[in-house]
Design a protein around this ligand. Structure first.
Ligand code: NAP
Length: 255
């Protein structure tokens, strides 16, 4: 807590809808000062309410130093389920700085009757499995993943990205710049328009990008789902913003 004030100091590692919802829930409180951190990868990010800082910290060492300098009382890592480096960095930095740490991570998606999902552990496995599933691909695994698909020169890709990629691209690709949220009608029309016969996705979870799965189910299409990276040391984790607020109440009052 800051000397001479009653405000606890919270860092939210952000870049997700959950991080923005937590910032909104906590910013209004008179007993907490909150700063949200973004990586700075997206040109025009959706900003949370309240104070925001942008850019990397310089690994776990840099973040630990920052936590100490900023006299942070608690860290909630609400980064995307696939932001694996930041997750490890947050755990290590909080341990070094002696600051309570919580992971806020939305659950993954669950298959329903009619789904034709093929789960693979990572991008190389997705590249290996894809040719057996289809020829015209809706690729939604993000800008940084596109280079992995360059060996698949016989396939056509509709690659949906937030920002334009700057790395290598598959030989036959059309880029679609958009950010969602998406509707089932919109996703169905997109799949039909481009004669898509397979969808590739991360298991991001959440409602904002789920419509492609419903559309694929209705159309009988296979979905190639790249599983979440499994942390070597799973941190204390909650799946809802309400549970994160309850954790904060417990830790800040105990501190
Ligand atoms: P990553 O590979 O885990 O992180 C790479 C580096 O980016 C980190 O080591 C860190 O740099 C910096 N970084 C990441 N998140 C940061 C944050 N919230 N604040 C400050 N620095 C951050 O992460 P990524 O997969 O590139 O994702 C980057 C951001 O985009 C994350 O905030 C994530 O929530 C968001 N996002 C990612 C995905 C995805 O599919 N990966 C999807 C949607 C949103 P330093 O080591 O220098 O500190």
């Amino acid at each position: 807590m800051t000397a001479g004030t009653t405000k606890w100091r919270l860092l939210i590692l952000g870049g997700t809808a959950e991080a923005r919802a937590l910032a909104a829930a906590v910013t209004a409180r008179p007993d907490v000062w909150v700063v949200s951190s973004l990586a700075g990868r997206v040109a025009d990010p959706r900003l949370p309410v309240g104070e925001v800082r942008i850019g990397g910290f310089g690994g776990a060492t840099g973040l630990a130093r920052w936590l100490t300098e900023q006299r942070i009382d608690a860290v909630v890592d609400a980064t995307h389920p696939y932001a694996a480096r930041m997750r490890v960095s947050g755990i290590d930095a909080a341990a070094t700085a002696g600051v309570p740490h919580l992971r806020l991570e939305r659950p993954g998606w669950t298959a329903q009757p009619g789904d034709r999902w093929h789960r693979v552990p990572d991008l190389p496995a997705a590249v290996a499995a894809l040719p057996a599933l289809g020829r015209r691909v809706l690729l939604t695994t993000g800008r940084q993943s596109l280079g992995a698909f360059t060996p698949l020169t016989d396939l056509w890709f509709l690659a949906r990205v937030v920002d334009a990629p700057d790395g290598p691209l598959p030989a036959h690709v059309r880029l679609l710049r958009s950010r969602g949220p998406y509707t089932v009608d919109g996703e169905t029309a997109l799949i039909r328009e481009h004669r898509i016969d397979v969808v590739v996705t991360k298991d991001s979870g959440g409602a904002l990008t789920e419509a492609k799965l419903t559309a694929a189910r209705h159309l009988g299409l296979p979905v190639l789902m790249v599983d979440r990276p499994t942390p070597a040391r799973p941190p204390a984790t909650v799946t809802t913003v309400d549970d994160a607020v309850r954790w904060l109440d417990r830790h800040l009052q105990a501190g």
